[in-house]
Write a protein that binds this ligand. Sequence first.
Ligand SMILES: [Zn+2]
Ligand SMILES: [Zn+2]
Length: 435
Amino acid sequence: MALSRRKMLKRAAAAGGAVLSPQVVTGQAPAQLTGTQTGRRFKAFVRHGTGASVEELKLRAIQPREVLVRTQASAVCYTIVGGALATTTVQQASIPNHSGMGVVEAIGPLVKRVQVGDRVVVPGTPQCGVCYQCLHGRADWCQFLDTAPAHPMAEMADGTQVFEGASLGGLSEIMVVPEEYCCPVFTDLPAEQLTLLGDTVGTGLAAGRDLVQIEPGWNVVVQGAGPVGMGAIQTARLANAGQVIVIEPIRARREIAMKVGGTIALDPNAEGNGLIAKIHNLCKGITDRRFAGGRIFGERFLAVPDGADFVINAVGSDWFPPKVEAGPDPTAILPLQQCFDFTRAGGHIVMLGVAWRGNVSFNAAQFSNRGRTFYSGQQGGLNMLRDIPRYVKLIEKGVIDMKSMITRTYPIERTREAVQDVADRTVLGAVITFS
Ligand SMILES: [Zn+2]
Ligand SMILES: [Zn+2]
């Protein structure tokens, strides 16, 4: 049914919504653009009370700078499984997760970045482009993260207000997000592949590019081959690393790691205390000549580099004991510590894995003078507006293998099973897909 613009605005005002789509202006309004989305019913996985369940929700009015995205896919991140599966009482109902992708169905009147009909990746970190951090090359720490308004986006049948985890949720048929969280992508790639750019695999891909770059020929170590580590393995391959040494306890993951760019995959349980020596051995190169030639005549000279050039740590703390091969340390402190020892003097260490508990300590002289440089950030330092479109092109070209990153897809009704599988680490990439 065609509606005049005046009628549309009147209807929106009457419903208290501020939603105005550009398509309304051009008179191409499809059925969903009734002037407001307020009151729209949709399904979402909600953590509320002492548990979590799929609920039918009623959408509240969206704000002038917000975007309504009809979700097409959202990959469950391991960092949310502890909260999503817990049975403790929560004061605030919320939709877990922190990434997704979908199609823009409505925008507030002040939104400029996207239009109705755009496909967008909604990553875990926003990018406003005008804050101190964005202008200092650290879009991953965009200050909009701290100022994003936390207001309920929907309510349950009993009137309980529902918020979106990390301002965006994801395990929901609808996401309502500030435009700063939207990265438009102009591509026909499958949604389940694109959504991985918003969090796990995108984080790993950023590790070799954003804060510091892998140089061609370098020896790279990737500690942990979950979805984040898999992105890191691929970024090392893209950078033409000399070796990509993967350390991962789960056999199935080691196999995928070798398929997407690993040159050798080690089991930390099998290597035990010999792991550091093994890495040094793999990185030593020639032993009887200096690196750029010349004989060694017994003088005091370190013939071989003392470790890898570039080390990426993508091991996170366990929320629950895995149902597959467990790593050597559930706190993830040991792998973090080992990364330091894997790295040569002057080498680089990028931290991606989230360690929740404990402290790390280093030998003071080693830490102060041995010249390893640490980089840490949100999503590996991802500059989403610049990098996500770049990664889209590389997936289209077949250079980045996203297909192998997805081991199972689930409908929204089976979200709990997906979260459990991720908690058990029996899947690599678990993606909720929406019709
Ligand atoms: Zn995540
Ligand atoms: Zn910013």
